[in-house]
Ligand binder design. Sequence first.
Ligand SMILES: [Zn+2]
Length: 441
Amino acid sequence: MRIHGLILPAVIAALPLSYSPVAGGKTASAPYVKGDLNGDLSLDQNDIVMFNSYLRGKLSLTDAQFTAADINSDGRTDIYDLMRLKKNIYTYSAKPPEGTWLAYSSSGTDYYYFSGEKCTVTSQKTGAVSSYDCNISGNSLTLKNSSGEKTGNILRTGSKSFTLARADGSGENFVYYDSSAIDYSKLLTGDYYAKNGSSTRAFNIRGVSGTVNGKPFTYKMKGSDLEFDFSDGTTLTAKMTRVDSMHFDLKWSSGITERFTLRNITVKNGITYVNGVLIANKSYSLPSSYNPGAILPEALSSFYTMQADAAKAGLNLWITSGYRSYSYQAQLYNSYAARDGYAKADTYSARPGYSEHQTGLAMDINVAGDQFGLTPESKWLAANCYKYGFVIRYMNGKQNITGYKYEPWHVRYLGKDLAKEVYDSGLCLEEFFCIDSKYKN
Ligand SMILES: [Zn+2]
């Protein structure tokens, strides 16, 4: 059985997909690294001798050896592979690795930074860093620190790639990344979404690797300049501007600027949290069992502070509607629907489970009606409520996004830091989190 047509990201195309013995290898000493025909964990003259014998018809190869000898992975074992093998041995083997290399193994990806006799290893998953004393002798690499020692053989498979092979059959495939070390804290790890009209691009970034709508890439950051290397060999550059804790803009070299939103949606006990913030809108409902019973204390005390400050400005704020239970909302919605029909009721009243009032974090101020928008209290509320941790939830002109017409009286408590970020962004909460608010039926 020969391995043909493996679809690999270009960046590791010259290497086995994951670190494992080549199919067909039946003995412990089976060859499993490109070029290592005799399976001794070394690329050297002995492999060249074997290769020559094979080309002269004096030696037949096992399937595993054939795959190991097909260095350019074109399904043939020929003189071009031998030339690559010689180049790997004579040109690259003598050079110890320097700089940062991405190490792929079946257990995940690590970043190795080699600098003289020191090596640091950073986990892509956690960012945890381990430091080692690094000793390279011939093709043998030893990393040592107080918690132990790791040894393997470096098998150079190209100018920017090598395989680290260990006697127990484990190992990693290394791909050169950059001359300098990676500052993990500055990386963009997370799930980001860029919305343009009705289409959304999903960037799922883990350390320096990621996918955009499923297409793999790695990226490098040089200050605010980003370079994306896609798996198909495309390189794109962009300038990054951080907007706030959950957003950045990328201005691509094409001149197009995209806003990226960090978005992490979790559901606990039927309750949806976006980046840890409880959300209730037409897309994300609350279960009937979610029942705080009243406006939550933090939101209420913030309201009282806001009310006192408004009073100093000669304005009178009060809560006309605060917490509403699931069953009360059901009563309310059904009575509106009976009067105006369901379609009309949906434009101004939430279906049970979908009302923000059930969260205990929303309140209607003074008068839940358009006349409130004409009062000085409305103007003051819009300009100041963020200072107390609130946002005007259903903004003017955003009905298609929030799912509700403009409601200058309806505020939602988010806490001061987030409310300020949302206020400064000029976005409604759905835009800020890159989420929808639409009934499914
Ligand atoms: Zn309301």
